[in-house]
Design a protein around this ligand. Structure first.
Ligand SMILES: [Zn+2]
Length: 225
């Protein structure tokens, strides 16, 4: 069946959409609407890719941003980035986890960045739970939980898993204090050069503005060598 469909597609006699192809080929799911939208957007993007194909691997403006994965934050827009400009490292909360240290060290040591930003934001989801709560929810089921007036509620069928108890979820309850903590963690790491400045900022999701966290920037200041 798949071979026949491949030949039909290759013949170009029939313009077959990816969705129809997926259905005819007996895939166990139709291509999701989101998948279709993303691939369509990418076709449009690649059509005008032009000179970007010649960009160098190291970031041209030689800096890196660590920030939260929150969907409302677009570092390319709020920090004025073009492709090839800077490294952007994202995770839940924009926390300085061991894997972020790994990325930042590579960013500087092998790819030449020489200034780093730690940017957390207002109204962060990391302020809405504790590690214990999340681990309890995961033990009940792996389905998406609901935030109600009574707190987090899990209506999933289960089974869940206790594996969440092995993870440090790195939640926080004060975004500014978390920026300070993360800048301090990076600053004090033995693989981070002391002459590299680390700036601490808070992004306001209501205004799009970056506000400095002076205590963080002070801790992250480059030390005279
Ligand atoms: Zn966040």
């Amino acid at each position: 069946m798949k071979g026949i469909l491949d030949r039909i597609c290759r013949s170009e006699l029939i313009r077959i959409t990816p969705v129809v192809f997926a259905a005819l080929a007996g895939y166990n799911h139709l291509m999701s609407r989101i998948l279709n939208e993303v691939l369509s957007a990418n076709r449009t993007y690649s059509e005008t890719f032009g000179e970007k194909g010649q960009l160098a691997l190291p970031p041209a403006r030689r800096f890196a941003i660590l920030t939260c994965m929150d969907a409302r934050l677009d570092p390319a827009k709020f920090a004025g980035l073009q492709e090839g400009d800077a490294h952007v490292i994202r995770n839940a909360g924009g926390r300085a986890s061991p894997d972020v240290i790994r990325s930042l060290v590579i960013s500087h040591k092998l790819l030449g960045t020489r200034e780093w930003f730690v940017i957390h934001h207002t109204n962060c989801g990391m302020e809405l739970f504790t590690g214990r709560t999340l681990s309890n929810l995961l033990e009940q089921s792996l389905e998406t939980a609901n935030l109600t007036v009574d707190g987090w509620v899990d209506a999933g069928q289960g089974p869940g898993s206790a594996a969440g108890r092995q993870i440090d979820w790195l939640e926080f309850h004060d975004a500014r204090a978390a920026v300070v903590d993360d800048v301090r963690t990076i600053r004090s790491h033995p693989l981070v050069p002391q002459g590299l400045p680390i700036y601490g900022y808070l992004y306001d999701v209501a205004t799009g503005k970056l506000e400095e966290v002076p205590e963080a920037t002070k801790i992250g200041a480059a030390l005279e060598g």
